[in-house]
Write a protein that binds this ligand. Structure first.
Ligand code: SF4
Length: 607
């Protein structure tokens, strides 16, 4: 949070100070009547004069501020609290909670405010204890709708998905990740509600539905001054002036608060750089495969039946090993990674296969078990760290959230652990950088911070979904080196999703080439690159820009969408080796040599 602008704080503080400490000022009793001096002009004893009953106007004004501010702040805070909870729950959990929250607010909005006030006051009687819940109910829909709309725009952001991928629970995500992002609009709504509550309390008191006479209230003062406005117009001026100044001060304070909690508007990006530090060993290699996918098939239901963007994907990755999942956009690489984390988008579902991690098929785990697994056993980093990090939380706080998702620890220890992780991933001056917001870091540093979050709980498997695509070549090399060092020293297995073959050559031990939702070739990187056994792999290799400057060969055509797959081999329409029998039957991924698998009928012609 940035520094608050002092002006609005001083203005509201002064009003609140006067209202709170009025009993200490030695003013007249605001209820004491002195009929002999009714409508008396200002004197030293009564600086603002006396009203129609001879009561001291200054005393009634300050005591009235107490009543108005108490009613306004209490009712707004109550509405804010309940409305924020309902909006958060409705927007994040959806389903029946969303229906109840939104339709409930529609019911409240059906009642005209004055009619509702009349009804409630008739039933419960006038006075502050009635006004506070009444005003809270009237302002509730505003808070619910503001928070609900904010949650809908934030809930699918990458940084929310990233928290899910780290195994954070719903409550933690709602309160720790989403709420800070909708805090600004909530504060603005609070300013509107508080200012409006001051006016409405005065209006209801003016109509005899609010504060009960002879208690002081600005609304009552205005009502009483109206009858004598020709003889003593100043009696009308003072409460109106008090109302206007209070409302302006409240609005200015909430604008300042909104600016303070939104770091984008105030802070400026700083330049920095950094080299990879040595990494401390910490993770132990485990026996057996870190991940074994067996026949993974993903379906999306459409009006004309299910389509399958991922089909029969089988692969194994061992501890200490890096497997690259490579292919063009739309080949199903990212969906495969998301399915392994149990993070498929709502439109997609697992239609078959298994994903074994630590002896459990994660595709069949419930959400609670998946949360325990994510972050602790398997973690994921995404392409764009800026959208994957929470923009309104400091880096160390976010890393701390990842730590706390699986192990409770005191706040100071969590912060120290976050700083240690930042140091671990090669961020220079980590104590200072820990206080940075994501927009205050470079792309490379943000990606290092994402990696720090991902390894916070020492996962056995890290899935990196195009983590270097948004980075320049130098930073890309540093991040690749960091991931390789982490894998070497921790024993973690790494699945590296990419479309770049040079990156595969740089980082991976084995490669699985995906095309149109299927793995078409798999093997050790050196062997596959030297002698591809599938025409698509050969075409991909030929399309890489060459160092001698000669033109690369583009692959003709595009990847077919999952709803328009050709019969037989999906690559047949683009394959220069295709023959008639390629477009019929089913092609299986077959081991044709030791550790070499291909899905091609003519692999021997390429060998
Ligand atoms: S099966 Fe036929 S069409 Fe498919 S990649 Fe092999 S040669 Fe080409």
């Amino acid at each position: 949070m940035q520094r608050l602008r002092p002006g609005p704080v001083v203005a509201v503080g002064t009003i609140a100070f006067l209202a709170l400490l009025v009993p200490l000022f030695g003013l007249d009793n605001p209820l004491h009547m002195d009929i002999a001096h009714r409508l008396a002009q200002p004197t030293l004893a009564h600086p603002l004069g006396q009203d129609a009953y001879g009561r001291d106007v200054l005393a009634r004004l300050l005591w009235g501020a107490r009543v108005s501010l108490a009613v306004a702040s209490s009712s707004s805070a109550l509405a804010c609290l309940v409305g924020t909870a309902l909006g958060l729950a409705g927007g994040f959990l959806r389903g029946p909670v969303e229906f109840l929250a939104l339709r409930g607010m529609d019911v409240v909005l059906c009642f005209p405010p004055l009619l509702l006030a009349l009804l409630v006051v008739t039933l419960l009687g006038p006075g502050a204890p009635t006004l506070i819940p009444l005003l809270a109910v009237l302002y509730l829909p505003g808070f619910v709708r503001v928070v609900y709309a904010g949650v809908l725009s934030v809930r699918t952001q990458d940084y929310v998905e990233a928290m899910r991928s780290l195994g954070a629970g719903r409550l933690r995500i709602m309160l720790g990740t989403i709420l800070p992002n909708v805090g600004g609009p909530v504060l603005v709504q609070f300013s509107i509600a508080a200012a409006s509550a001051v006016v409405l309390e005065s209006g209801l008191s003016f109509l005899g539905l609010g504060v009960v006479p002879p208690a002081p209230s600005w609304g009552l003062m205005i009502g009483e001054a109206r009858a004598t406005m020709m003889q003593a117009p100043l009696l009308l001026l003072w409460p109106c002036l008090a109302l206007s100044v209070t409302i302006l001060a409240l609005n200015a304070l909430c604008d300042a608060l909104r600016d303070a909690v939104d770091p984008h508007g105030i802070t400026r990006r700083r330049r920095h750089g950094g080299l990879l530090d040595r990494l401390a060993p910490g993770l132990l290699p485990a026996p057996g495969a870190a991940l074994e996918l067996a026949g993974l098939t993903i379906a999306i239901d459409t009006p004309s039946g299910p389509i399958h963007p991922v089909r029969d994907v089988s692969l194994r990755v061992m501890p200490h090993e890096t497997l690259a999942l490579v292919g063009e956009s739309g080949s199903g690489k990212s969906l495969t990674g998301l399915a392994t984390m149990g993070l498929l988008p709502p439109i997609a579902r697992v239609a078959g296969g298994a994903a074994w991690i630590e002896g459990r098929d994660v595709l069949r785990l419930d959400e609670a078990a998946l949360r325990r697994l994510r972050g602790a056993t398997v973690a994921m980093i995404f392409q764009d760290p800026l959208s994957s990090l929470n923009p309104v939380q400091r880096i160390a706080t976010q890393i701390g959230e990842a730590v706390q998702a699986h192990a409770r620890s005191p706040a100071k220890a969590t912060w120290r652990r976050a700083v240690e992780l930042l140091r671990h991933v090669g961020i220079p001056d980590p104590e200072r950088r820990a206080h940075n917001f994501p927009h205050e870091m470079s792309g490379g540093m943000r990606q290092r911070a994402m990696i720090a979050m991902a390894i916070a709980n020492q996962p056995r498997l890290l899935i990196a979904d195009e983590p270097t695509t948004a980075l320049d070549v130098t930073i890309q090399a540093q991040v690749l080196e960091l991931l390789a060092a982490l894998r070497r020293e921790s024993g973690m297995a790494l699945i590296f999703i990419t479309h770049s073959l040079p990156v595969v050559a740089e980082i991976a031990d084995r490669v699985a080439v995906m095309y149109a939702g299927e793995i078409v070739e798999q093997g050790r990187v050196a062997e596959v690159f030297a002698r591809p056994l599938h025409p698509y792999t050969a075409a991909l290799l030929a399309s890489v820009p060459r160092e001698d400057g000669s033109l690369a060969e583009a692959i003709p055509g595009t990847v077919p969408p999952p709803y328009a797959l050709p019969p037989g081999c999906a690559f047949a329409p683009r394959c220069r080796f295709a023959r008639a029998d390629c477009s019929s039957g089913t092609l299986a991924l077959t081991e044709v040599m030791a550790e070499r698998l291909t899905r091609c009928r003519r692999w021997s012609d390429l060998a």
